[in-house]
Design a protein around this ligand. Structure first.
Ligand code: ADP
Ligand code: MG
Length: 684
């Protein structure tokens, strides 16, 4: 069927292109590609440089090479199912080469005998026998030359299809619009968008490819920063505030039973000088679990309350909010401050009393969940807003809390270490205090890793701690068993543990339970009524049970490094030596090296940097979960310098045109709206 030559624009559906029928359209949509413009931002994952095509007889041991060869024979090796080895015998005009893929049962149908493919990979020459292991490959396209893109594909779509589609779209006039302001392009010496898009897909040569890539990485980081700036005005550096200074922090510090660490003192003095200045505070306090962020927050609160003003402290869950409420009321009430807890589950009369106290000023400090931002919560004079584990809140939620008064001082606290390079893109101008020191005398958690065959040894340590009257956690990657993934579930572990140790009181906790049930389980555990808590990652943040001295993480290969570090922070909170025991279910090099990092360091920043390197920024920060698009080309670790340039350029532009409403910025604004579907919903 020949399609009418419709007028095709960037926003036309892909099915309006020649050669895209319903099947292809479906395959494309599995890659998230629906519209013409999206094809052009589907960047190649690698390239085949046909200019450097080699024949089999000239291959040298150890070199990486591109070879075009015909498949003579496809054989499946030993192993079962997904674990089977796939072996190809291939040939070109000059000789033969074997191609091997391990654990490749799923690939058995990727090759057809008699067909020609391009293979790119490392060559091994074993006494004249030429081998290539796990090369990237694609069906060889006749007559293609130059540098060819290799795209991520989905079922029903070949490299040839994708290349053809991209070429077709590139042939339309005016599909690529410049969206960065000319001034920025000139200042940063960037190439134009059209040139960049053409050369990222079909680079004319290496130099042009690098120019293109530089421009597109810049654009990606610029977009991210600009979208975050648009979504909230909290970063507006130099926001007018009021000067708060009362000596309240000093008086609070005198009542502490311990000496503050140097890092805590530094953070407090930075906060006090922000509060004293007449621009509003915008400060992030990053401190590893157990570094004593609460005392820092309490000092800031005391300073505000000392001046006759109010403070609000928001935490992401009810359990955390009530733990904070307990510490704050214990530490601050003796100094004459009144505190109240505001959550969604409190009863009407308690709520009424708390609301009244806040609006008439008789209550000085409100602690709560996001219930704090509801319309009915009004303050007499709110001067300080603190959010804990702030990346759990939407930008919008935090903004709403700040709007309960005129430009209050804002303090955000997190135990998720954000590498400096990424922080630049995410937070820009936000001031950062780092608490990089643990209170003296704290025993670091001993971390050990075990293979599947040694799990008994890990459990021996747990049982011995429990025998001493202490408590333990067992963390599983999922709630229930499933056929599609390997690994132990919380339910299975709970079953087997209770069967084997009927004398030990143990409880199950997971995200599928109702909030009330979870709270009850946590309360029992905190009060020592249960000895072992078997759970999914729901215990991740903030829980404080000093008697818990051991944690087993099952299938540690399924957790992120930073996540395990957070989990580990649940133990080591008391006087006893604590243990974190990683059980690697499916051993692989990467699983082992990750376990090694955790065993060798307790420094959250080192761990975060490694995590970022191992997994890439998208997964590291859970960009998707937070409503941020995946960074496809940019890597804030490697592109640190570029990230900061792009970030600054975005900030300058947004400062000049805060809502991007100038006509010359309309294109940029609409692209940002398109990529960041719900800018207000972004959570960082
Ligand atoms: P986090 O930074 O994880 O929120 P917390 O503020 O909950 O840490 O502090 C953890 C524990 O350490 C608390 O019991 C707190 O009282 C204690 N603590 C905080 N600072 C010090 C210090 N300088 N010396 C001794 N103990 C401290
Ligand atoms: Mg805390």
């Amino acid at each position: 069927m020949v399609k009418k030559n419709e007028i095709i624009s960037a926003s036309s559906p892909l099915s309006s292109l020649k050669g895209v029928g319903p099947k292809k359209a479906e395959a494309l949509s599995r890659l998230g590609l629906e519209r013409v413009s999206q094809i052009l931002s589907h960047f190649p994952r690698s390239y085949e440089d046909m200019r450097s095509l080699k024949s089999i007889s000239e291959l040298a041991d150890g070199e990486k090479a591109l070879v075009r060869a015909r498949v003579l024979l496809v054989t499946q090796g030993r192993g079962f199912g997904r674990n089977r080895t796939l072996r190809l015998l291939t040939e070109d005009m000059s000789g033969r080469m074997e191609v091997l893929f391990f654990k490749a049962g799923y690939m058995s149908r990727a090759f057809r005998q008699g067909e020609e493919y391009s293979f790119f990979g490392k060559v091994k020459n074993e006494n004249g026998r030429i081998l290539m292991f796990h090369p990237s490959f694609s069906p060889a396209a006749e007559g293609e030359e130059g540098i060819l893109p290799v795209y991520p594909l989905s079922r029903g779509l070949s490299q040839k299809d994708m290349r053809k589609l991209v070429r077709e779209v590139l042939s339309f006039p005016d599909v690529i619009e410049e969206q960065l302001p000319a001034e920025i392009i000139a200042k940063e010496k960037l190439c134009g968008r059209e040139y960049a898009i053409r050369n990222i897909h079909f680079p004319e040569d290496e130099d042009k490819y690098h120019e293109a890539r530089y421009r597109l990485v810049f654009e990606e980081l610029f977009d991210l920063r600009a979208a975050l700036m648009l979504s909230a005005d909290r970063f507006g550096a130099g926001r007018k505030g009021r000067s708060v200074s009362s000596g309240g922090a000093e008086r609070f510090i005198e009542t502490l039973s311990f000496e503050l660490t140097g890092a805590q003192k530094r953070a407090i003095s930075e906060i006090l000088s922000d509060m004293k200045s007449d621009t509003a505070m915008n400060r992030l306090v990053q401190g590893d679990v157990g570094s004593g962020k609460t005392a820092v927050a309490e000092a800031a609160i005391s300073e505000a309350v000392g001046a006759g003003l109010q403070a609000a402290f928001m935490a992401p869950t009810e359990i955390l909010a009530s733990q904070h409420f307990e510490s704050l009321s214990r530490d601050l009430e003796p100094l004459g401050m009144r505190t109240a807890l505001i959550t969604g589950s409190m009863n009407a009369s308690e709520r009424q009393a708390a609301l009244k106290g806040l609006s008439d000023g008789s209550i000085n400090v409100a602690v709560g969940t996001h219930a704090l931002i509801s319309e009915s919560v009004r303050f007499k004079d709110l001067a300080l807003v603190i959010t804990d584990e702030q990346h759990r809140f939407g930008v919008n939620q935090r903004k709403k809390l700040s709007e309960k008064s005129d430009n209050p001082d804002v303090l955000v606290m997190t135990a998720t270490p954000i590498p400096r390079t990424l922080a630049v893109v995410l937070y820009g101008d936000l001031d950062v205090s780092v608490i990089d020191e643990l209170p003296a005398g704290r025993k670091p958690v001993k971390t050990l890793s075990f293979g599947e065959g040694e799990r008994g040894d890990a459990y021996k340590i747990l049982l011995s701690e429990v025998g001493e009257g202490r408590q333990g956690y067992i963390v599983a990657p999922f709630i229930e068993d499933s056929e599609s993934v390997n690994g132990r579930s919380a339910e299975e572990l709970y079953q087997s543990f209770t069967d084997e140790h009927p004398d030990i009181s143990c409880a199950l906790l997971h995200g599928g339970m109702k909030q009330g049930e979870k709270d009850a389980v946590m309360r029992d555990y905190a009060e020592g009524k249960t000895s072992v808590l078997i759970s999914t990652v729901v215990i991740e943040v903030g829980i404080n049970v000093p008697n818990a001295s051991v944690m087993i993480i099952e299938n540690s290969e399924r957790f992120g490094l930073a996540q395990m570090h957070q989990l580990r922070g649940r133990v080591g909170r008391g006087a006893a030596q604590s243990w974190c025991l990683l059980i690697i279910g499916e051993e692989s090099e990467i699983a082992k090296s990750r376990a090694e990092i955790l065993c060798s360091t307790g420094d959250g920043f080192v761990i975060a940097e490694s995590d970022l390197e191992l997994r890439g920024p998208g997964e590291f920060f859970g960009f998707r979960q937070h409503g941020l698009p995946q960074l496809t080309l940019a890597d804030p670790v490697r592109h640190a310098g570029l990230a900061s340039k792009a970030g600054k350029a975005a900030e300058e532009l947004i400062k000049k045109d805060p809502s991007l409403s100038a006509p010359e910025n309309a294109g940029l604004r609409s692209r940002l709206d398109e990529i960041f579907v719900n800018i207000d919903g972004i959570t960082i």
